[in-house]
Design a protein around this ligand. Structure first.
Ligand SMILES: [Zn+2]
Length: 215
């Protein structure tokens, strides 16, 4: 990922004084080989990686919570070029939230003191596309997939005349707003400025992350 692509991200993060994300300015490294997975990352040697793992054995201090899609093309650690212990990640198709994920987020905010939450949607999201098509056909998705359709439905209805990317963006904004207004833990902290929730969009074609309007 090029530095310019994350410029707006640095501005946002800089406002929070979270210096760790500066590391995201460095170009992404080529994917490690399978046998080296977990041993080398962020250009670290195996020794350096072992040192970092040792640092993390007793505690974790991730500096951001990422709510992203399960899509294999959008792993947050790689998108943002971060390593072990940096990001507290929740992934589900369509980057929607339920009580389990909300509880996980509340835990990270309350117990790990994370102050930044990023809801990361992405270009050509298959879950959003499926929701859009299912609702347009007045159909029902099979099995538990319907629960995703139901969760994404408000974004679909708000962008009936828009394209897929408009629905993806609307869905990110809905989830972002749901987190901001979630009592009793998140809302007061968002209102006081202690916690910030921002929406983001990953472009598969370019690898760029753009950030959506703040409230
Ligand atoms: Zn997706």
């Amino acid at each position: 990922m090029k530095k310019t692509r994350l410029a707006s991200f640095f501005v946002t993060v800089g406002l929070l004084g979270i210096s760790q994300f500066v590391r995201a300015a460095e170009p992404a490294h080529p994917a490690n080989s399978y046998e080296n997975a977990g041993l080398t990352f962020l250009g670290m040697t195996a020794d350096q990686a072992a040192k970092r793992r040792a640092e993390l054995t007793k505690s974790q201090h991730p500096f951001a919570i990422i709510v992203s899609c399960s899509d294999s093309r959008v792993p947050p650690e790689i998108v943002f070029d971060q390593g072990l212990g940096d990001l507290f990640v929740l992934r589900v198709a369509g980057n929607v939230i339920d009580d389990h994920s909300l509880g996980s987020i509340e835990y990270a905010v309350d117990h790990l003191a994370v102050r930044l939450i990023v809801v990361l949607g992405h270009q050509r999201c298959g879950a959003v596309k499926a929701a859009k098509e299912t609702i347009a056909a007045k159909g029902k998705a099979p099995a538990h997939i319907q629960s995703l359709v139901t969760a994404i439905k408000p974004a679909v209805e708000a962008t009936v005349h828009g394209d897929l990317e408009a629905t993806v963006e609307a869905n990110v904004k809905n989830v972002t707003q749901a987190l901001r207004s979630s009592p009793p833990i998140l809302k007061p902290k968002v209102d006081s400025g202690e916690v910030r929730v921002i929406g983001a969009y990953y472009n598969l074609d370019t690898g760029a992350v753009s950030f959506l309007d703040e409230k």
